[in-house]
Design a protein. Sequence first.
Length: 215
Amino acid sequence: MSSPRTTDSPLDNQLFRLRFPRSLGTYASYADVQAVVDALADEDFAVENTMIVGTDLRLVERVTGRRSWGRVIGGGILSGAWMGLFIGLLFSMLSEQALTTLVSSVVLGIVFFTVWAAIGYALSGGRRDFTSTTATIPMQYELLVEHSVAEEARRLLAAAGPSLPRPVTSPGGAGAPEQAASSSPRPAFGGRASYGQPAPERTEPPRAQDPRRED
């Protein structure tokens, strides 16, 4: 008996899938690929048959400052004050001494959050004395379209001409065979192929001639 699946990938959802996608090009920024989809929508194209795929994901961490005891305690006081104020307002509605309840909630919030922040910073042992913010950013955006309307989309984009952003890579000109995957370049130093990119063909090395074989 198979165990039930506890988590589902978003790609299993029909909303994020195209049956036979064709690539219309890969663009350097989201603003460029958005302009292309907007142009298709202006021409009454069925844009529900398109999908934007961010490729070449990179994790970017921006260091925002240095951590110190002053910053840690200050952050604890600020967080505790806001949380205490929020909880105090809720309880003050049910209490006859609203002001006392509000002030005591703010004070308790400041004490709790400050002590908690100080303990966490002390236990870190100075291993991360900086603050930062992290984001996952695609380096390129590929525009995919359902195969049944791919030629119409390419015709509309060709008619728009130079008014649209130019793709970094495109699936080819008119008459080029359709590819069911990305036109993004393959990684330069081995590894897996990009999204939708077919694996490189393997060629067998020439066999060495047997010296004992006579002509």
